[in-house]
Design a protein around this ligand. Structure first.
Ligand SMILES: [Zn+2]
Ligand SMILES: [Zn+2]
Length: 412
């Protein structure tokens, strides 16, 4: 038997209903905030991610699906901010009026160790607002993502925010951090020992328990913010408070990607255990220039781990997004089979979900309708057709209504 590749999976009904629910909520909220969809290819030139995400990140150094395509190195996208910025530059979207507000929903690929809620093909719902360095944009993005989670039905998540500084103030902090780490590398996990030399900032968000005592003792980036970053972060906080959005400042929150500067944020939810982050995001004001833009294009974005969001929703409210079969039609007799198809067509055209039975014994038909969870069953025999009366059975109450064709259609 051929099975799905390790780290990938099939999303089957009824779970796919929760996926559709989350995506339709997200599209509705994006629309309300004037975001429009962008669809980029699932593979890009490898150098886009090497330059955009950073050579020293876990993603680029060990998790990418990279392959040679007749001399060109290509990579399945491990994230979608770099591709969106690539498209923004390529199509000169900076020429369009106003902020460019773009969202995407789709699969990403990382060769991670498979564990609960983590897959090698996973799906992200994300957005980028490009063209403003204002803290008001940061607050609006955080408000919007809060709406997506809340309207999806997720409660009890927590919002963590931080500032990771800018090219003016961060290097001083990183140098300081590197110095502090020199004496204690022996107490760190293997990954952190490497990070201490290559990318010391990343030690701060290591999740491994043995590293925590060292991390607690390290200096805070918030004590090193410059005269631009400091008030920016203060305004983001004031704007969130004025919207009654509950957040916690978490100075260790640096996120895994090199391109972040100033505001970073993360939403966590208890149902996910150690891998409890549902989404992450942040500001990346220098990314477009890093990818070749001649125009300064500051931006901020986020991505929701859709697999994890769906998992959280299914754990906190099992069966909340079940598929509903509105009507099962049980035709009895050959004339009824023909007639039933016409009735089914008319009701389906009105948008209701109809299953058409193949005919046969009434008892079998009722059993099938019951197993399928039909809300109503329409009993259709020669007598009903000749009399023009339709017997509609409410499966929850057991009540039976005798309706004219018009009355029947009005029910759906
Ligand atoms: Zn700064
Ligand atoms: Zn560590």
């Amino acid at each position: 038997m051929i099975r799905a590749v390790k780290g990938t999976r099939d999303i089957l009904p009824p779970s796919s209903n929760t996926w559709n629910h989350v995506e339709s909520v997200a599209r509705r909220v994006f629309r309300a905030y004037n975001y429009q969809e962008i669809r980029t290819p699932v593979f890009e030139e490898t150098q886009l991610f090497a330059r955009g995400v950073g050579e020293d990140t876990d993603i680029v150094s060990k998790e990418m699906y990279t392959f040679d395509d007749h001399g060109t190195s290509l990579t399945l996208r491990p994230e979608n901010t770099a591709p969106v910025i690539r498209a923004y530059i390529e199509h000169r979207l900076d020429q369009n009026p106003g902020l460019q507000k773009l969202y995407y929903i789709g699969p990403m690929f990382r060769r991670e160790r498979p564990q609960k809620g983590r897959y090698r093909q996973f799906s992200q719902i994300g957005a980028e607002a490009i063209g403003s360095d204002s803290p008001a944009t940061d607050a609006e993005v955080i408000e919007m993502v809060t709406e997506i989670l809340t309207q999806s039905g997720l409660g009890g998540f927590r919002i963590f925010i931080n500032s990771v500084g800018c090219p003016q103030c961060r290097p001083g902090f990183v140098a300081n951090l590197k110095q502090q780490l020199e004496g204690v590398t022996g107490k760190l996990c293997q990954d952190c020992q490497r990070r201490a030399a290559t990318n010391p900032l990343r030690v701060l968000d290591c999740k491994i328990p043995e590293c925590q005592p060292v991390i607690e003792s390290l200096p805070s980036i918030l004590d090193h913010l410059c005269s631009v970053c400091q008030p920016h972060f203060g305004q983001v906080q004031a704007l969130l408070s004025s919207r009654s959005i509950d957040y916690t400042v978490k100075p260790r929150l640096v996120r895994g990607l090199d391109y972040y500067m100033r505001t970073t944020f993360e939403f966590v939810h208890g149902a996910l255990g150690a891998q409890n982050s549902v989404l992450g995001g942040g500001r990346y004001d220098g990314l477009a220039e890093q990818l070749g833009s001649k125009v300064h294009s500051p931006g901020i974005g986020f991505s929701i781990g859709e697999d994890r969001l769906v998992l959280s929703l299914e754990e906190s409210a099992p069966g909340a997004h079940q598929h509903v079969l509105d009507l099962y039609i049980a035709p009895m007799g050959e004339a009824a089979v023909l007639h039933a198809a016409q009735v089914a067509y008319e009701i389906r055209k009105r948008g209701s979900c109809v299953e058409l039975g193949a005919g046969g014994k009434l008892k079998r038909n009722l059993e099938t309708a019951n197993k399928l969870g039909a809300r109503y069953v329409l009993l259709l025999g020669d007598n009903e057709i000749s009399a023009g009366v339709y017997a509609l059975k409410d499966m929850a109450s057991g009540e039976q209504l005798n309706l004219t064709r018009e009355q029947l259609l009005d029910k759906f």
